[in-house]
Structures are given as structure tokens and as C-alpha cells.
Design a protein around this ligand. Structure first.
Ligand SMILES: Nc1ccn([C@@H]2O[C@H](COP(=O)(O)OP(=O)(O)OP(=O)(O)O)[C@@H](O)[C@H]2O)c(=O)n1
Ligand SMILES: C/C(=C\CO)CCC[C@H](C)CCC[C@H](C)CCCC(C)C
Length: 330
């Protein structure tokens, strides 16, 4: 379904800091907002913003000339923020209703919200597409040979977890009552619980959107391990985890195996999703090995008896970010 037509952007030189082995490794530029000096044929924008087919190993002369009207419409990103915020509210309300009617247990509701929120947020990233910040346009208009391909879309997308972060703070400190939120995302129904796992969770979403975004496998793998891996580990471990981990009686082998398997599968699936939309081009045999290694590292960290020191919603994604960054840059 064609929603909008826009003049394709122009390719700029990739910033030096992006000329890492990761970029070489990914072969073609990962940036959907690349600007090409000679406009290619108008691309018809689909609902999901696909990166223009940038030729592999394309040369990237520095961008010059008149301001480049990206053709992107801020309106789309504003609508996208509203739509994803509505989705977040709807997800929590749905599980509030299910727990309220005793159709699912509160602990299962919490984990399903944990699994679905981050993954659905990540899946929504391609609908944000304002290609560059106003400062970039000003720099271009001044004929500034800038190297940035920063995309403002990430800032719009990060508004969603930011609003939810505020929501968790307001209700976590009981400034405003929201029984539905508390029932669907806390284990014991205490508002203060919102200020721990759920709050760390949305902070990680903000970090992933702002720092790595859809232009790198790092955030994709980190959120896949936090949501798909850790979330399923809890569900499977509680249900089938009779055989405990020797060094951590609170965790089980089934839970950890589930963490690895589902974290790996969800990571590969999400990487394929963004790769299919053209955000990065992966060498799959090597990528699968790297994702397996990162998944193993995250699984080992999640199995450690450190939950009282650092929440899994921090230790798992942060460990995954470091491991994925090193793995895809070496
Ligand atoms: N590798 C794992 C991970 C989790 N679990 C099971 O899932 C429960 C909760 O796991 P945990 O990761 O601690 O979940 P949290 O996110 O810390 O719990 P909550 O969602 O309440 O914050 C554990 O007590 C355990 O029964 C398991 O058996 N093996
Ligand atoms: C229960 C949770 C963590 C504990 O381990 C997850 C809390 C989730 C937040 C309450 C809501 C977060 C919403 C996302 C930022 C956006 C989701 C959008 C999507 C379209 C549903």
C-alpha cells in the first residue's frame, strides 16, 4: 500500500566513527537515511520505511549543494509516536483486563508484557523515518561538508519509552493511581515495584533507540535477549525448572536453555526483519555464529546469582550490548 511519495534522500560520506570494521563487515551502509548526490527514481514510500537500495561499496562523496529536502514529513513521525503510545497503553490495558477477569495469572501477564512491549516497540521502528535533524539541513544549506547521517527518527521513537518512563515514575511513587498498570506489570501488586524491573526496562528501550537505533545489530540483539530470552526463561523456568543451576538455586537449567534458544531465535528473526527492510546487510553464516556467542554470554550472565545486586533488566541487555558491539566490530 503506497501511502506517500517522497524525493529520495542523498548519500553522504559515512562519518569516520562509523568506518569501523562493523560497517565494513556489514558491507553496505546500514543507514536508511543515506543521501545520494544524484537523485534516483522517486521511491514510493511504503508504510514501513525501506532503506533505498544503496549500491554495495558505493562511493560516498561529501554532500554539497543546496539544502536537501528529505521529503520526509514530520507529521508521519508525530502520528507514529501517537500510534505506538496508543499501542503501549492498549497492551497494558489488555493484560489488565485478562488478569482482572482471572484469565491469566498476574506473573504470566507481567512476563508477556515484558516480552511483547520491547519486541513490538522494536518492530515499530521502521515507521519512524524523519531522515535527519534540522541542524543537518542547515549545515547542508551552508554547503557544509558534514559527515553526519544522524537520523532524527530515533528521537521521535524514543519519546514512547520516555513517556512510559514518566508513567512508571508517577504511578510508582503513587502520585496517581493506576491499578490496571500495577496489576499487569507488577508481581505482587505494589506500586513501588514499577520503580525497579519495569523502570529499568524502559530505560534500556530509550538507550537502545537513542544510541544504537535500527542502524546497528547491537540494539536489536540486546532487546531480543532482554525480551525474547529473559522473558521466556522466566515462563519456562517457573513451569519446568525443577533442575536448578548448581551455582544459583533460584534459576534452572530449563530456564537458561530457554533463555539461550529463544534469545538466539528472536535475535535472528529481528535481524532478518531489519535486514529485509534494508537497514543493514548481514553476512549470515558469520552473523549466526556471532549471535550464538552473544546469546551464550547473555545466558551465562542471566544465570548468575546477582539479581539482588543488579536487575536482570539491566544486566542482560547491557551485557548483550557490550558483547554484540565487540562481536560485530572484531
Ligand atoms: N534462567 C532462569 C530464569 C528464570 N527462572 C525462573 O523464573 C523466575 C523469575 O526469574 P527472574 O529472571 O528472576 O525474573 P525477574 O525478572 O527477576 O522477576 P520479576 O519478573 O518478578 O522481576 C525465577 O525465580 C525462576 O523460577 C528460571 O528458572 N531460570
Ligand atoms: C513488565 C515489564 C518489565 C518487567 O520485567 C515491562 C514494562 C513495560 C512498560 C509498562 C510499557 C513499555 C511500553 C513500550 C515503551 C512501548 C511498547 C509499544 C508497543 C507497540 C506495544
Amino acid at each position: 500500500m503506497t501511502l506517500l511519495t517522497y524525493t529520495p534522500p542523498f548519500i553522504v560520506r559515512q562519518p569516520p566513527f562509523l568506518r569501523t570494521s562493523a560497517v565494513e563487515f556489514l558491507r553496505t551502509p546500514p543507514f536508511p537515511a543515506l543521501l545520494s548526490l544524484e537523485p534516483s527514481s522517486p521511491l514510493r514510500l511504503q508504510f514501513l520505511y525501506r532503506a533505498p537500495n544503496v549500491p554495495r561499496h558505493a562511493s560516498f562523496p561529501v554532500c554539497r549543494g543546496l539544502p536537501i529536502v528529505a521529503g520526509a514529513d514530520l507529521t508521519q513521525d508525530a502520528v507514529a509516536v501517537a500510534a505506538v503510545l496508543a499501542g503501549a497503553y492498549g497492551l497494558v490495558s489488555t493484560f489488565d483486563s485478562l488478569t482482572g477477569r482471572n484469565l491469566i495469572q498476574q506473573s504470566l501477564s507481567r512476563k508477556l508484557v515484558h516480552i511483547l512491549s520491547g519486541l513490538m516497540f522494536m518492530v515499530s521502528w521502521p515507521i519512524f523515518r524523519y531522515p535527519f535533524s534540522s541542524c543537518s539541513k542547515i549545515l547542508i544549506s551552508l554547503n557544509f561538508s558534514f559527515n553526519s547521517t544522524s537520523t532524527s527518527a530515533r528521537y521521535f521513537a524514543s519519546l514512547v519509552p520516555m513517556v512510559n518512563c514518566l508513567r512508571l515514575l508517577v504511578h510508582g511513587f503513587s502520585l496517581v493511581e493506576d491499578d490496571g498498570l500495577i496489576k499487569s506489570v507488577t508481581r505482587h501488586g505494589n506500586p513501588e515495584e514499577l520503580l525497579r524491573g519495569p523502570l529499568y526496562y524502559v530505560i534500556v528501550l530509550i538507550l537502545c533507540a537513542l544510541v544504537f537505533w535500527r542502524e546497528s545489530p547491537v540494539a536489536v540483539i540486546a532487546l531480543s535477549m532482554m525480551c525474547g530470552g529473559d522473558g521466556v526463561a522466566d515462563i519456562m523456568g517457573r513451569r519446568f525448572g525443577s533442575a536448578k543451576i548448581p551455582y544459583n538455586p533460584d534459576k534452572s537449567l530449563v530456564g537458561s536453555i530457554s533463555m539461550f534458544v529463544f534469545g538466539f531465535l528472536v535475535s535472528v528473526g529481528m535481524l532478518y526483519y531489519f535486514s529485509a527492510l534494508g537497514y543493514f546487510n548481514l553476512d549470515w553464516p558469520s552473523t549466526l555464529q556471532r549471535v550464538a556467542l552473544v546469546s551464550m554470554v547473555a545466558t551465562v550472565v542471566e544465570s548468575l546469582p546477582i539479581s539482588n545486586v543488579v536487575d536482570d533488566n539491566l544486566s542482560v541487555p547491557l551485557t548483550t550490548m557490550v558483547a554484540a558491539y565487540l562481536s560485530f566490530n572484531i
